[in-house]
Design a protein around this ligand. Structure first.
Ligand code: UD1
Ligand code: UDP
Length: 385
């Protein structure tokens, strides 16, 4: 039996961790024991607890309750807490997801204690180091022993940074293993999209019709913390609701909700909140979110996970960022990078509304990334014992 410590903290990590926990429960429970540390980076019930309940993830064994703070203080608190837990648990591996401050703290704590770091969603790059996530993912990749990469572009990124692709082991932090395994979020979509319709009534609650609304999520710091960028995006949403005969559904990340209330010009806030076709709602559960994605006409987002989910549900995507790590979506013509540019967002929406068909070739794997990852971790254990 091997012991892994999984670190989660932010909403998308809890969702990603659900797939691995499910695979362990269903297929590897006699070989892998998982301890879950929740850093507490996200703590509102609708940003954390709801996902544990809905996705059947075991409750965290350890909750560090770090909460919100500046990057330095938040990451330092997590680092101390994770280190203490690792010293107590002495796991064979530490498993990390994505690119948040919780990921970075886990990578530093694990690698300094010589516990092999497993990075799931490795290799992604925006080539924009002003994003805190870009720093986190580069640091984590370079401290990892096993790197699980969702896409081929991610493999190329790692090759460019000097990783030996195709090296077959034994793996160490100096000679890591890089595996193209598909996207673990895709595992969840394959699994949950079959049952979501039975489990939630969000379409009825919001009185939405299929293909008659645009789903929007915005939370990136460069969008929320720049009044100009936020105004451009919000103005575009208002324009779509006012002129394109489409509702807009906006499940608001708490970061965005707080800033909108305090920083958005009064007239724009009224235009947004006073429009009956615009549904400004609190964050929704995962099953509610995938029902909204599945039934939307188009998705406008700056989220990483939501971009991929748009592709899975074959929905046109407008990316409210200057670039994306999920370049395959853009290359396949299913998404447009519109940045925080009102005119470009409107133009992109118009383009997709006029386009009958789009191509969505498979780029995110077969929905079994979690099993693949468990098998590689188990193989690696036989090398090191
Ligand atoms: C974090 C990640 C980002 C990821 C996002 C997923 C970093 C640097 N950023 O961004 O990569 O895409 O999570 O959602 O790790 N807040 C609440 N309640 C909560 C959580 C947050 O009110 O439960 C508010 C607080 O005001 C907080 C702000 O949101 O200051 C930002 O939270 P934080 O976790 O620092 O970053 P996110 O923007 O959520
Ligand atoms: N999500 C959710 N409820 C919401 C918004 C998003 O369940 O109100 C899910 C979404 O389906 C995806 C994940 O959260 O699986 C994406 O997280 P987020 O956008 O917060 O972070 P990112 O992926 O950008 O890091």
């Amino acid at each position: 039996m091997i012991k892994i410590v999984t670190v989660v903290g932010a909403r998308p990590q809890i969702i990603k961790a659900a797939a691995l926990s499910r695979a362990i429960r269903n297929s590897f429970s006699d070989q892998i024991r998982e301890i879950i540390i929740h850093t507490g980076q996200h703590y509102d019930a609708n940003m954390s607890q709801v996902f544990f309940e809905e996705l059947g993830i075991p409750s965290p064994d350890i909750n560090l309750s770090i909460g919100s703070d500046s990057h330095g203080k938040q990451t330092a608190g997590m680092l101390q807490g994770i280190e203490k837990s690792l010293l107590k648990e002495k796991p064979d591996f530490i498993v990390l997801y994505g690119d948040t401050n919780s990921t970075l703290a886990g990578a530093i704590a694990g690698s300094k204690l010589h516990i092999p770091v497993v990075h799931i969603e490795a290799g992604l790059r925006s080539f924009n180091k002003s994003m805190p996530e870009e720093i986190n993912r580069i640091m984590c990749d370079h401290a990892s022993t096993l790197l699980f990469v969702p896409t081929l572009s991610g493999i190329k990124n790692l090759e460019r940074e000097g990783f030996a692709i195709g090296y077959t082991g034994p793996f160490t932090a100096d000679q890591p293993g890089v595996f193209h395994c598909g996207d673990i979020m895709f595992d969840n979509l394959v699994y949950f999209s079959k049952i979501a319709g039975r489990m939630t009534g969000i379409m009825q609650t919001l009185k939405l019709s299929e293909n008659k609304f645009v789903l929007c999520t915005i939370h990136r710091d460069n969008n929320t913390d720049s009044p100009e960028r936020l105004q451009q995006i919000i103005s575009a949403m208002c324009h779509i609701a006012e002129n394109m005969n489409l509702d807009i559904v906006i499940p608001l990340h708490p970061r965005t909700a707080k800033i909108m209330e305090s920083k958005l010009p009064q007239d724009l806030f009224k235009r947004l909140s006073g429009n009956k076709n615009i549904h400004l709602i609190p964050p929704v559960s995962y099953l509610e979110m995938i029902m909204l994605e599945k039934n939307s006409r188009l998705i406008l987002t700056d989220s990483g996970g939501v971009q991929k989910e748009a592709y899975f549900f074959k929905k046109p995507l407008v990316v409210a960022r200057p670039e994306t790590e999920w370049v395959e979506i853009i290359e396949n013509g299913a998404g447009i990078i519109a940045d925080a540019d009102e005119a470009k967002i409107i133009e992109s929406v118009n383009y997709f509304l006029g386009k009958e068909t789009l191509d969505f070739p498979n780029v995110f794997g077969d929905g079994h990334a979690a099993e693949f990852i468990c098998n590689i971790i188990l193989e690696q254990k036989t090398y090191s014992t």
